[in-house]
Design a protein around this ligand. Structure first.
Ligand code: ME8
Length: 513
């Protein structure tokens, strides 16, 4: 058995989820479904990051007790998962007891091994991103992450990050694929080469956090607390020997590009200090922009994924998000873009291909088609081309090239549409019904294969099509798969009704509320 462990970042609960959060979660879900189809045992986890000064302040502003405040918002993140059709195995909240226990245990190990000491910290604090910066890191008076900063001094515990520069560089060298994409790796390397300072890992100016063991004045720095979630959901510390744990050896942390440093530098350093192997891969992606700016709750330019799902279905949103952005790059989230892709690919190219093939079989073959005894050279080259497109798709998914994976599927769909338009089965229904049914069988088999590759992205529609085709199937990727020699289909139905632009008026609902 092969194993893979896939994680999303755990999201801050200071505001409700938006398209940016939905994107990472959907990408992980697609990756998880794909690996399940390849026969892997998958562990896929997501959750919420609920401590820190920023959250304490949001609760105070809302005049709600922090625990009540985080309970309400965490529930919104949890409720979004079935709406997006996410197949996660666990949902972690950093306020859960199981997590606090892990953080304290992890802290004690770092301290016992001599990597934590008490000192005093002064620096420019970016509250939005919960991170300190030195004077020379500020850009135009703001943090390099774009947040407002204030000068603060506080007693705090430090982690001896300065001891890890060479170890990290050696680790990246030995694991050249550790950070995706490569350009992000170069940024991390040049940051380390400027020299690493020890990292402040506790705070004494507020108390909404996990208490530092044996020093109740301090809470654990929110990033050390948050990163440890990946161990909590993997059963640590009860499951202590992570280095021999099948899931831990394969962990893929999917993150937005702004938090690569935390995952690719601090996190492996903490783990190395504790004697635990660093993760296998940090997979980072670009940002959804809104009119050129990062979509983010603090900028107030966010769109609500729930509304898109309610209006058009989760499949349509999942497809659009993964097709529109090339993973790793930034892109604009626009309603026009969404409608264009929905109508041209899901409604027209794929939806109509399925509908017209199945309806034709229903109407002119009594719902049953048989495998042809012989194939023409055009049939064989059509089948060969579909197989070639689909086989190219597999390594693309393995390289997180979701959009390119979908391009290959769309290529296969367009081959099928060309085949049907060229073969014109409707034109021979009287003169050569046998050839007509051969063409339809071949089409049906190609739709079956294409649909299975499409399944991780559009699971609801794909299952509908597989049910309509009525051939027994397992959700496995089997190369050059065949349907039985005789197939009797079920009632075809429309998959993705075209979005009429007259409906745009309804879309007032996209105004931020
Ligand atoms: O950073 N485009 O939480 P967060 C694409 N709690 N992805 C986006 C996005 C956008 N405009 N906006 C957000 C935190 N995301 C920490 C993480 S992990 C141990 C702790 C996605 O609520 C993207 O994955 O600010 C980004 O990294 C994450 O949400 C940040 O979520």
């Amino acid at each position: 058995m092969k194993y893979i462990y896939i994680t999303t970042p755990i999201y801050y609960v200071n505001a409700k989820p938006h398209i940016g959060h939905a994107y990472t979660t959907v990408a992980c879900d697609v990756f998880a479904r794909f690996y399940r189809m390849l026969g892997y045992s998958v562990k896929f986890c997501t959750g919420t990051d609920e401590h820190g000064k920023k959250i304490e302040q949001s609760a105070t502003q809302a005049k709600i007790e922090p625990q009540k405040f985080v309970d309400t918002i965490a529930q919104l993140f949890k409720d979004l998962l079935p709406i997006l059709n996410i197949s996660n195995d666990d949902f972690i909240r950093t306020t859960q007891e199981r997590h606090k226990k892990t953080v304290k245990h992890f802290w004690n190990i770092l301290e016992d091994k001599g990597y934590i000491y008490l000192g005093e910290y002064s620096g420019w604090y970016d509250m939005r991103n919960e991170a300190y910066f030195s004077e020379d890191e500020l850009i135009d008076g703001k943090s390099p992450l774009g947040g407002e900063v204030q000068y603060m001094t506080e007693p705090c515990y430090f982690f001896k990050l300065s001891e890890f520069g060479d170890k990290l560089l050696k680790f990246y060298e030995e694991n050249p694929d550790f950070i995706f994409p490569a350009q992000k790796k170069n940024e991390v390397i040049s940051f380390i080469k400027q020299g690493l300072k020890d990292l402040a890992v506790s705070r004494a100016t507020f108390n909404w956090g996990v208490q530092v063991p044996n020093d109740l004045k301090h809470v654990v720095y929110v990033w050390l607390d948050a990163l440890t979630n990946y161990l909590t959901v993997n059963g640590y510390p009860d499951n202590e020997d992570q280095n021999n744990d099948k899931y831990w050896q394969t962990v893929h942390h999917f993150v937005g590009k702004e938090i690569v440093r935390f995952h690719a530098l601090y996190w492996p350093a903490f783990l190395m200090a504790a004697g635990i192997n660093p993760p296998k891969r940090i997979v980072s992606h670009g940002w959804w922009l809104s009119e050129g700016e990062k979509m983010s709750k603090s900028l107030g330019n966010v769109q609500d994924p729930k509304k898109y799902c309610e209006l058009f279905g989760s499949d349509a949103l999942r497809y659009f998000m993964l097709r529109e952005l090339s993973f790793g790059s930034d892109g604009n989230f626009s309603l026009e873009g969404f409608i264009n892709r929905h109508n041209s690919v899901l409604a027209n190219a794929y939806g109509n291909l399925c509908k017209r093939t199945l309806s034709f079989i229903q109407k002119h073959c009594g719902g049953t088609v048989k495998r042809p005894e012989t194939l023409t050279s055009e049939d064989s080259s059509f089948i060969g081309d579909v197989d070639a497109s689909l086989s190219e798709a597999i390594p693309l998914m393995e390289q997180y090239a979701f959009s390119k994976y979908l391009e290959r599927i769309e290529q296969a769909i367009s081959l099928a549409n060309q085949y049907i338009d060229y073969q014109k089965p409707w034109s021979i229904k009287e003169s050569d019904p046998k050839r007509m049914q051969n063409i339809l069988f071949i089409l049906l088999e190609q739709i079956f294969k294409i649909t299975k590759f499409f399944y991780p992205i559009i699971p609801i529609a794909a299952k509908k099509v597989l049910t309509q085709i009525n051939a027994p199937y397992e959700l496995k990727i089997v190369f050059g798969e065949k349907i039985p020699d005789i197939v009797t289909i079920n009632e075809p139905e429309t998959l993705f009704p075209k979005i009429e632009t007259t409906e745009l008026e309804k879309l007032d609902v996209f105004a931020n509320d």
